[in-house]
Design a protein around this ligand. Structure first.
Ligand code: RP5
Length: 192
């Protein structure tokens, strides 16, 4: 894999400057979290926590929220319409069953939306997968694998999107991939 050498790109700051109500003239720097992890239910966190953990390994600030397309539609609308202004760059959305969360989010924002199909007891997550992947032309959702691998890869793909314009993230992603490669043994243990 070809990665830019360190310092080849100037990192974009992961913070933005806002003036506060208390000191209207004064500019203060607050940390903007570039990635939002949203999920349809608390029950999805068992899967989506792997996305959060992977972003943590890459030292990418993120925020996790429970937002149900069906049970909290207004929360979904408010989040998606305000996501860009809130400073998010990529949204990772996990949902199971009739999984409308990623698609509805993508309908309400032009930020990249990465969908993670949650495994279900009834249909093994095929329902989630098909609900998320079969978007009509014009409203894309980047769909990952069902379950934990999808959550991990959504984080890595979100990192790769940030890395295009953030040299620091690019370096950390390259290091993560190199460590993964190094960890693969040449032969199975117990075999000479
Ligand atoms: C979806 O329904 C959620 O994304 C979750 O995967 C599924 C089941 O939700 P709970 O009944 O566990 O809250 O909206």
């Amino acid at each position: 894999m070809s990665c830019r050498p360190p310092c080849a790109a100037r990192p974009l700051p992961l913070s933005r400057t806002l003036s506060t109500a208390k000191s209207p003239g004064r500019q203060v720097s607050i940390a903007a979290k570039p990635i939002a992890i949203i999920m349809g239910s608390e029950s999805d966190w068992e899967t989506m926590r792997h996305a959060a953990a992977t972003l943590g390994e890459l030292k990418i600030p993120h925020e996790a929220r429970i937002i149900s397309a069906h049970r909290t539609p207004q929360r979904l609308y408010d989040f998606a319409k305000g996501a860009k202004a809130a400073g998010y760059k990529v949204i990772i959305a996990g949902a199971g069953g009739a999984a409308h969360l990623p698609g509805m989010t993508a309908a309400l924002t032009t930020l990249p939306v990465l969908g993670v199909p949650i495994a279900t007891q009834t249909l093994g997550g095929r329902d989630s997968l098909l609900s998320i992947v079969q978007m009509p032309g014009g409203v894309p959702v980047g769909t990952l694998a069902i379950g934990k691998p999808g959550a991990i890869n959504a984080a890595l793909l979100a990192a790769a999107i940030l890395a295009v314009s953030d040299g620091g993230v690019d370096e950390r992603l390259c290091a993560w991939r190199a460590a993964q490669t190094k960890a693969v043994a040449e032969r199975p243990s117990g075999e000479d």
